[in-house]
Ligand binder design. Structure first.
Ligand code: IPE
Ligand code: IPE
Ligand code: MG
Length: 241
């Protein structure tokens, strides 16, 4: 069966939530849940490849997450560098193109250098595009798009007509996700039923799947269950079928 007949989403996006609660249940520090969560990322990348998903994106750190205690933020940033360094050989070997999207200016030099190296190394891979949303929020993305557009217009007033005639697809080009498909399926773990300022624009017609499972427990079977649920959805896009 082709992916189309099996109704496999082109782009699956995961809001990885519940690491702190997972650790707390075990009487451990919150960061222990973040460490274990890396294994869930590995499992989901494998499951995405096995099931023919072409784009997998992960909400790894929101703009609001900068407001967490300093030691948790520092540990998380260190974990990002380590996980990228540890996983890159395997990702590259398996044809994964690695991309980071978000407010890169807020990330430290070491993390930015690691990201640049991983993105450059894997840029021609075609099996799966893995997008990590880091220091990302939906409102920030829409705001930076509007700011860039406004600055372009200030520099080139003759563009006024272009802006007046702008389409949704034209505006898409200013978002950090330009060139990537919108998510077909957004999964959130840990029993929370909210977007937490994630892909506000791009998620306009996404299907949602919520599970009580905490992120460090979310593995291949859970990913497959989300795909099964998606396969049964009837997406109407406002039309009558
Ligand atoms: C998700 O787990 C990881 C990040 C948001 C960085 P949490 O750290 O939010 O875990 P809970 O929700 O407090 O259990
Ligand atoms: C959302 O989780 C952000 C990420 C998964 C990176 P949070 O744990 O930060 O969300 P809230 O605070 O419960 O809404
Ligand atoms: Mg949380």
């Amino acid at each position: 069966m082709t992916n189309e007949t099996k109704n496999i989403p082109l782009h699956v996006s995961l809001i990885m939530d519940g690491n702190g609660r997972w650790a707390k249940e075990r009487g451990k520090e919150r960061v222990y849940g973040h460490f274990e969560g890396v294994s869930s990322v590995r499992a989901c990348v494998e499951a995405a490849v096995e099931n023919g998903v072409r784009y997998l994106s992960l909400f790894a750190f929101s703009e609001e997450n900068w407001n967490r205690p300093d030691d948790e933020v520092t540990t998380l940033m260190g974990l990002m560098v380590k996980a990228m360094a540890d996983e890159m050989d395997s990702l590259d070997r398996n044809g994964v193109r690695f991309v980071v999207l978000g407010n890169r200016q807020k990330l430290g030099a070491q993390l930015n250098e690691t990201i640049d190296a991983c993105m450059a190394r894997t840029q021609s891979n075609e099996t799966l595009t893995l997008i990590i949303f880091l220091s990302y929020s939906g409102k920030w993305d829409i705001l930076q798009a509007a700011q860039r557009m406004a600055l372009e217009l200030l520099d080139n007033p003759e563009k006024r007509e272009t802006v007046e005639n702008m389409s949704v697809a034209d505006f898409d080009q200013y978002l950090v996700t330009a060139g990537f498909p919108d998510p077909d399926l957004i999964v959130r773990t840990s029993g929370e039923h909210r977007l937490s300022n994630y892909l506000l624009w791009q998620g306009a017609y996404s299907e949602f799947y919520f599970t009580e499972t905490l992120w460090p427990d979310f593995r291949k079977d859970d990913f497959r269950k989300a795909l099964e649920s998606f396969a049964k959805r009837d997406r109407r896009y406002g039309k009558v079928k």
